[in-house]
Write a protein that binds this ligand. Structure first.
Ligand SMILES: [Zn+2]
Length: 184
């Protein structure tokens, strides 16, 4: 059987120590958290948010996550699904403007048989360049990776802020009014 190439199988792994490590679900904790930059939450929508992956396949590797705690794509309501789709579209625009990649892998691991490790739906968006290889494996230096994440955060923050329809943290309009919404 041919190997399916799926860089988004490199899953998000919790940093330690983390201000949210006591919570049951890391994505629910991040959905309710306000430490945006510290948690690398780069944008929010009414029903979802965008998180940078701490273990990026490539610079700019982001995840688009509905607030609602479910592992089932089919469980999303129409409003949640539309919000999620629009947020994915905005994430692609932000990645294109920030990184100008040759392409993007956009996908899900739904269920344990498909490599899903967190039971909270999330789409990986991985910028790709011709001939690229796993950024983490190539760099291997923790400090360089942290600096690259900071740089990716700044770039995506800027390109999200230039778009309508999302809220971005740190003094930009909308952050102060953000309410904690629990989607069911
Ligand atoms: Zn959750």
């Amino acid at each position: 059987m041919d190997q399916v190439f799926a860089p988004w199988r490199i899953e998000w792994v919790e940093r330690s120590p983390s201000p949210v490590e006591r919570e049951e679900c890391i994505f629910c904790a991040l959905a309710a958290s306000e430490a945006e930059r510290e948690n690398r939450v780069v944008a929010r929508s009414e029903h979802g948010f965008v998180l940078l992956n701490d273990y990026p396949y490539n610079p700019g590797h982001a995840m688009v996550i509905p607030r609602r705690h479910t592992g089932e794509y089919t469980a999303l309501s129409e409003a949640q699904l539309l919000d999620h789709a629009l947020l994915k579209q905005r994430t692609l625009r932000a990645i294109d403007a920030a990184f100008d990649p040759d392409g993007v892998n956009l996908g899900y691991n739904l269920g344990p048989g498909a490599g899903g490790s967190i039971e909270h739906l999330h789409a990986h968006a991985v910028p790709r360049w011709e001939g690229d290889t796993n950024f983490m494996a190539v760099i291997g230096d923790t400090q360089v990776i942290v600096e690259a994440l900071e740089d990716s955060y700044d770039r995506l923050h800027e390109t999200f802020a230039a778009q309508e329809g999302t809220r971005v943290p740190e003094g930009d309009s909308g952050d102060a009014e953000r309410a904690v919404v629990v989607d069911r």
